[in-house]
Design a protein around this ligand. Structure first.
Ligand code: GLN
Length: 487
């Protein structure tokens, strides 16, 4: 195969492995070498374990030699966001609180990737506890965007998007609570899929906001995303919100699901604040579908203006509850020299959490407190229902919705110092989480200055097959996925 193995999609690598033109050890070595060459400039990883990855790759080669290959992912190096548990590997959530924590068990998705034969490679940087949109909130320093290392890769799964764009993994996993897979995918020029809430197990995912969190893949192509989704989806009794549903062969469904589709354009998503170059690229994508015979309809999601406020009440409330477990006693950072147990809680939490995490815990505790619960939390839950209803109403008329993923391309490291400026980055992605829907970000061009642009396609619950097919139709007619940053 070509020298740039690390930029090949899973489909091509799986074929080369099957034809014995390549071994999993050679592929893993190429990814390790690439990681070493780019990490000083990118810092996508919090940690990695070469010996462990090479041992997994050797086991994959041995299986294949014995005629027992496990399929398309067998021998493919996949790196995971550092909020997803991998047995005997560090698990930090990019927080000082968990800086020395080693996971004693595998997450549900990790088990599934192992069963598919993937080579688990590295723990990827992110915003602390997945709270942020730029990966600048990591306690271990920010990640840089491979397309322009003075810029952010997006967030919170910025290590997942940057590692893939840099060629330091063949696919990655992230988590998406308000946009954390789709927005960094858009900013780094890769595909990012947030599955329907409940499709992928959250067992072993460090919880941020449990009613919104969902794990999903980053990949070079839509077909690769379909392959990874097929491996990680499915019921898990250890996650009480995991759905019992038949998992189709998402990759095979790409061939049979051909449209034409009815596509909705939510008018509220093309309003003030949208970068004109992004608006233009997304309009061209819409024009492509129209030229393919799809029916394009303007739709309205009238409660869109309340998405951000609703999210920051619900997400912070759930975070304040989920993060109560970091008390300096059971695990995580423990302050030295505390006077008594209450002082130990105070000191450990004061030292262990960063500023953004503290801001959210304080806000979340406030909206849940007895005098304010009805005014904020309960009301936000009601508005959430209206937001979901907006989407379900739109889906009575159309198969999917097309929007920009992010209102802005990758911005400069340090540029958005005001938390609200960062919160606004998720204006087009948050509604999807509140409504529990699947959505994908697909590369759809570049700005004049060479920064990637993504378009978001939002699908109906558990209709990932159709969502992926719609995305694939666009991708196949364009060459964005073959473009790579010069590093
Ligand atoms: N940027 C959003 C936040 O800061 C979403 C994060 C996420 O999806 N994990 O909460």
């Amino acid at each position: 195969m070509s020298s740039e193995l690390f930029y090949q999609p899973i489909t091509a690598l799986a074929a080369a492995l099957a034809e014995k033109k390549l071994t999993a050890v050679e592929l893993t070595q190429a990814v390790i070498a690439r990681t070493k060459a780019t990490e000083p400039r990118i810092h996508a990883f919090n940690s990695h374990d070469e010996a462990d990855a090479l041992a997994q790759a050797a086991a994959s080669d041995a299986r294949r030699a014995a005629g027992q290959s496990l399929g398309a992912l067998d021998g493919i190096p996949i790196a995971l966001k550092d909020v997803i548990a991998v047995r005997n590997q560090p698990l930090t959530a990019s927080s000082k609180m968990l800086a020395n924590f080693v996971s004693p068990y595998d997450a549900g998705v990790t088990e599934k990737l192992r069963k598919a034969g993937a080579v688990l490679w590295g723990r990827l940087n992110c915003d602390e506890f997945a709270m942020g949109s730029s990966t600048e909130n990591s306690a271990f320093g920010p990640t840089s965007n491979p397309w322009d290392t003075t810029r952010v890769p997006g967030g919170s799964s910025g290590g997942s998007s940057a590692a893939l764009a840099a060629g330091s993994a063949i696919a990655t996993l992230g988590s998406d609570t308000g946009g954390s897979i789709r927005q960094p995918a858009a900013l780094c020029g890769v595909v990012g899929l947030k599955p329907t809430y409940g499709l992928v197990s959250r067992y072993g995912l460090i919880a941020f906001a449990s009613s919104l969190d969902q794990i999903g893949p980053f990949a070079r192509t839509v077909e690769d995303a379909a392959i990874v989704l097929g491996a990680i989806a499915g019921h898990d009794e250890r996650d009480s919100t995991s759905f019992k549903t038949e998992i189709p062969d998402y990759r095979a469904a790409l061939a049979t699901n051909r449209g034409p589709w009815k596509l909705g354009i939510p008018k509220e998503y093309f309003a003030e604040g949208l970068d004109p170059e992004i608006a233009q690229a997304v309009e061209q994508a819409i024009a492509f579908y129209k030229a393919q015979g799809c029916e394009i309809r303007e739709v309205s999601l009238p409660h869109t203006q309340y998405c951000l406020d609703t999210y920051y009440v619900i997400a912070t409330a759930e975070a304040s509850s989920n993060l109560a477990r970091y008390d300096g006693i059971r695990y995580g950072h423990r302050a030295a020299g505390a006077k008594d147990v209450v002082d130990l809680y105070y000191q450990s939490r004061a030292e262990g959490f960063g500023a953004e995490v503290k801001r959210r815990i304080i806000l979340g505790t406030y909206v849940l407190s007895s005098g304010y619960y009805d005014a904020y939390y309960l009301r936000a839950q009601k508005v959430r229902t209206l937001i979901r209803q907006d989407f379900l109403n739109a889906f009575k008329e159309v198969d999917a919705l097309i929007t920009p993923t992010s209102p802005v391309p990758a911005f400069k490291l340090g540029e958005k110092a005001d938390p609200l400026a960062l919160y606004l980055c998720d204006i087009y992605t948050i509604g999807v989480n509140l409504a529990g829907l699947p959505a994908i970000s697909v590369p759809c061009g570049f700005t004049k200055s060479g920064l990637p642009i993504g378009t978001q396609i939002i699908g109906q619950p558990f209709r990932e097959s159709s969502l992926l097919a719609i995305a694939r139709a666009y991708e196949q007619a364009h060459s964005w996925s073959t473009k790579h940053p010069i590093l």
